[in-house]
Design a protein around this ligand. Sequence first.
Ligand SMILES: *Cc1c(COP(=O)(O)O)cnc(C)c1O
Length: 397
Amino acid sequence: MKFLNFQQLLEQRAESGLLRQRQTLTSPQQTIVSVDGKQLINFASNDYLGLANQPQAVQALTSAADRYGVGAGASHLVCGHQKPHQDLEEALASFVGREAAITFSSGYMANLAILQCLAKKGDLIIADKLNHASLIDGVRLSDADSTRFPHCDLAILEKRLKKSSQNKFVVTDSVFSMDGDIAPLTEMVAMCDKYDAILIVDDAHGFGVIGENGKGSAEHFGLNQKQLPVLMATLGKALGGFGAFVSGEKPFVDYLVQQARSYIYTTAMPASIASANLANLNHLKQNPKILAQLKSNISYFRQQCETFKSAGFPVTILPSETAIQPIIVGDNESLLAINHRILEQGFLVGAIRPPTVPANSARLRITLSASHSHRQIDQLIQSLTNAFALQQKEVNQ
Ligand SMILES: *Cc1c(COP(=O)(O)O)cnc(C)c1O
């Protein structure tokens, strides 16, 4: 058998504007980052509350490292479950108003665990078409049947629910990672109740962002554990750390401890990371002003965006109320050209292309953080306006 021609495959990707490039940061993740010796204003990270380099979390990490060392040394069930892991799980469960929580090393692994443990052969998983890749892979890994419904389309979701007499699971992101919109969870809860289905919610971009106290979609919609029995969120986004958790009834969480392969067959996250996560959770609880700052930045951006909108560029600005503010450009080439211009002007913004998003919906994924200043937001919008104006000029020539 011949090895694949990787060089050729890479060249093909490059020709279609699909080659991804990593930027190496020589600074912490923060509002201003260093890349290749250049300072860039960062509108690309998921560090929505500016906690990735929060001093008390750094302090918690180093003191836990002094006490517990670097590696957990084993999986949770063997002997890697240390006090900081236990403390973090208890604090997370209490924060989101659930009986219990189990932490995972990543959200990707948490989603694999949920779908593998819940959906069995003969069951049906009904998933939103724009769900995160980790949920899609979780569906692939489970033995259940699956079907998808168009993004947030409640009528079609209902059709799918009505049609099947199988055990049913409805799976959705709460805040969609590439669109920033919020799933209609109240209606979905009612529908799941009516058709006897179980709702699974991935709150990766809702946790720490929506809800009065940043407790995420459960708080935003006022949904209790019975209504929203499977609540998953990540710790690497708004919480600025690393890892993820699944919360719900204690027997459900205990079952995951017994059965989740992505929990059992992997080394526990370092205790120092668990401590840093806990420190940031406490920081959020004690400093509601960071959440207020994020919310103020979101509305400020939306407001200032009106000027950009009125310039009439051929783009779609999605109506998002969350930290994720996408501008859909369409084709990959134009997106890259615009992104390059913005980068030249000192701004780091996500340039998201297929297959992460559907074909012809390549977009700038602007993310806001509590630590941005209004001035930085003004500067970004100015830079976007310049970049799009130049692009348009070039296309018209
Ligand atoms: C980032 C993300 C994940 C994965 O979380 P990690 O902790 O980064 O593995 C899962 N779901 C959604 C919606 C995400 O955005």
